[in-house]
Every structure is written in C-alpha cells, then in structure tokens.
Design a protein around this ligand. Structure first.
Ligand SMILES: Cc1cc2nc3c(=O)[nH]c(=O)nc-3n(C[C@H](O)[C@H](O)[C@H](O)COP(=O)(O)OP(=O)(O)OC[C@H]3O[C@@H](n4cnc5c(N)ncnc54)[C@H](O)[C@@H]3O)c2cc1C
Length: 382
C-alpha cells in the first residue's frame, strides 16, 4: 500500500492552499458582509483553472483525476464556503453530466466557456416536494414538434442567479430526463433568492419554468436515463463535499490550537488543561480518518468503480466529524466564538451546518449505506 502523493499532486494542493490562505481568507469578512465574491478572487480562480477542474484539456480544462479534485476541494474547504460552493457546483454537479454524458456538439458548445469560467453551470434537481426523495420530482417535459416544453418549479438551486445554463431534471413519458436549459430562454425565471445562515457569496434560489421551450437536442444522455446522470454526479459530489469538510475541519482544528496556546485560564494555556488537549487530539483523529475515507472513494471513482457505499460513507463521516470538530473549536473560543462576523471559527460553524443536509443529508447517506449492505456490499474493496 502506498499513501504517497506525487510531486505534481502536492504542487496542486499547495497552489490552491496559497490561493485560499493568501487571497481568499483575507477577504472572508467582506464576502460575509456583502454576500458577493470580489471580482479579484474570481479572476484569480479563473487564472488557476479552478473553473475547469474536471474538463478535459482539449476543451481548455485541467482534466484532473478525481483524487486530484479531492485535494483541490480539501483546500477550498479551508476558506469561505460561498466560494467553494460557487466553484464546486459549477465544476462538479454542474459539469459532470455534460462531461460524461453530453453529445460532442454539447461538449463543444459548453465546455470551453465553462472551463474558462465565462459561463457558469448549475444543477436543478431539488423541488419543493422532492428533496431527499428526488426521484419523486414533478417537473414535466413534453415533446412539441422540434422542441421540449418544460413546466415546473425547482428550489435551493446554487448559482442559478449567475448561471449561463442549468442541468434541469424533468419527467417525460419515458422517465426522468436531463435537459440543458440556457438561462436566457423565454419561460425560464429565477424566483425567490434565499437568505442563508452561511455560504455567503453563492446564492441559492427558486427556478420557475413556465412553458420553457428548448430545442430537441437539449437532452443530455438518453431520454429516461436522467436519474442515472444525477446519481453519478452526486456520487462524485459527495466525495468532494467530504473533502471540503475535511479541509474545514483541519482549518477549525488549527484555529483552535492557535487560540488554545494563546488564551490562558487558571494561570496556564487552555491546551495545558488536559480536557482541552484531548479535545484537539479527537479533532485530529476524526479529521485524519475522514480524509482517508474521501481519498478511498476518489481513488475508486478514478478506477471506474461506482463507489456508492464508499462515497456515502465518506460524506457521512466527514460531515458529521466536521460538525463535532467545529462545534468543539467554537466552544474553545468561549464568548468570542459567539460574536458574528469577527472570528473565522464562527463563520465555519455557520457554513458547515448545511453539509449534513445537502447533496444527500446524513440520514440519506445512512439509507444508501444500509441498502448497499443489505445487497451484500459489506467488505472494503481497496
Ligand atoms: C445551501 C444549499 C444548496 C443547495 N444546492 C442545490 C443545488 O445546487 N441543486 C439542487 O438540486 N439542490 C440543492 N440543494 C437542495 C438540497 O440538496 C436539499 O435541501 C436536500 O436534498 C434535502 O432535501 P429537502 O430540503 O427537501 O429536505 P427533506 O427531504 O424534506 O428532508 C427533511 C429532513 O428529513 C430527513 N429525512 C427525509 N427522508 C428521510 C428518511 N426516509 N429517513 C430519515 N430521515 C429522512 C432529511 O435527512 C432531512 O433532515 C441545496 C440546499 C442547500 C441548503
């Protein structure tokens, strides 16, 4: 067994770490207050190729392996999650469908401008009455002559107010189907934009589709096979969210150690109290274990395996672990940890809350894992 990362992979990780620590984290309070990501940050992200992580070099992307993407997402997790979400929804669930299942014409039209960051992609699966139970979605697509006509509502769609197009999942007579909908299409409308606890900088909103007429060739993959595209996109997305959680947990632990060395109570540093030194040891153990699970899942996906149980396990463990770690870290800050917008740990706490909810909640991950176990998928396959 070899846990060694190549020089190229280390370099990639360091480049993104530097970007986050030197360019993004110094402006986290501005992002938090304005709910916008400064153009300078987005421009630098574009220069680094972060909008084209999974897109093949022939279309202008970096063409990274899934393990490499996990490294990038881990580093993005060290910064404000509004930026991480902005980039990862575009380059992850907003891109996987076209990348893996798109026609040559769709790839040629969308991927180069997505890779450069000129066009932002979005992913429209969730509906007001179909979240965890996404297979129950009700948006309809009807074939009318040489077009498809879409009607329905989506909710909580990240990036949609800024997006050039959305991969919309809708029901046809054959089953759930994925459609590329350009956001300037008549009948496409952004509804309510939600004010969220964390994730400042990446908007989530409602989408309203009313007689939205798109060309017949806007289907991605085969008609009726859209849910397979959604599941494949989410499987990779879960691994990336696990990695992002690992990065945030690592950052929270580092901030807790820094504070624990400096702050003194009862005549000694906080970390000289054994109860608190054990707490940071637990943070480290949890974060290391989660990192290993994320790398395993990414490695299996790179080998073409589905990694359904493994990606759910990685996300479940990393998300729950992050929540415990960041809550313990905020506790170590005492009253300062409860002041809004002053200490980064408080912001990580707000950002982190949602990872146990989206892209399959922690309960949904357990449903998936239990289903796999009952099908006989019980042994580690690495
Ligand atoms: C910040 C943010 C960004 C998002 N971005 C996107 C996006 O870009 N695209 C997109 O399509 N969606 C997006 N979503 C939607 C997200 O994926 C859903 O919110 C999530 O799937 C949960 O669905 P729901 O909110 O309808 O909750 P529900 O499905 O109503 O679930 C409510 C609660 O009940 C639990 N629950 C449900 N069923 C069961 C069960 N059988 N057993 C045990 N517990 C259960 C859930 O775990 C949850 O805790 C986003 C959401 C947020 C908050």
């Amino acid at each position: 067994m070899d846990f060694h990362l190549s020089d190229e992979d280390r370099q990639l990780r360091e480049t993104v770490r530097q970007f986050v620590e030197e360019i993004v984290n110094p402006v986290w309070q501005e992002i938090d207050k304005t709910d916008r990501i400064p153009a300078t940050v987005l421009d630098r992200a574009r220069e680094l190729g972060l909008f084209g992580l999974s897109i093949a070099p022939e279309y202008g992307g970096l063409g990274l392996s899934i393990v490499q993407k996990a490294l990038v997402h881990e580093m993005l997790g060290r910064g404000p999650w509004g930026l991480a979400s902005y980039i990862s929804v575009h380059t992850g669930i907003g891109c996987t469908g076209i990348n893996l299942f798109g026609s040559p014409e769709q790839k040629a039209k969308y991927l180069p401008k997505m890779a450069s960051g000129e066009w932002l992609g979005s992913f429209g699966l969730t509906e007001p009455d179909a979240g965890s139970d996404a297979g129950n979605l009700q948006t309809r697509a009807e074939r009318k002559g040489d077009a498809w006509v879409l009607n329905g509502r989506k909710v909580f769609i990240t990036n949609a107010p800024y997006a050039h197009h959305v991969l919309v999942f809708a029901r046809t007579d054959v089953g759930i189907t994925a459609f590329l909908v350009d956001t300037d299409t008549p009948g496409y409308q952004v509804g309510q934009v939600f004010d969220t606890l964390g994730h400042q900088g990446s908007a989530i909103c409602e989408l309203v589709l009313e007689d939205c007429r798109i060309p017949a060739d806007a289907i991605v993959g085969e008609e009726g096979r859209g849910f397979d595209i959604a599941k494949r996109s989410l499987s990779e997305g879960r691994t990336m969210l696990g990695s992002r959680s690992v990065g945030a947990a690592q950052k929270a632990m580092e901030l807790a150690i820094e504070h624990g060395e400096q702050r003194r109570t009862f005549g000694k540093a906080l970390l000289d109290h054994q109860a608190l030194s054990f707490r940071v040891a637990q943070m480290s153990a949890r974060t290391d274990a989660a990192r290993g699970l994320c790398y395993r899942s990414a490695w299996m996906l790179d080998r073409g395996e589905q990694a359904i149980r493994e990606s759910s396990t990685a996300k479940l463990f990393a998300a729950d672990g992050l929540w415990q770690t960041v809550d313990d870290a905020v506790q170590m800050l005492g009253g300062y940890g409860y002041i809004r917008g002053e200490y980064m740990l408080e912001r990580i706490w707000r950002d982190a809350r949602v990872v146990r909810v989206y892209d399959g909640s922690s309960e949904v991950q357990q449903i998936v894992i239990a289903q796999r176990l009952r099908k006989g998928d019980v042994e580690s396959r690495w």
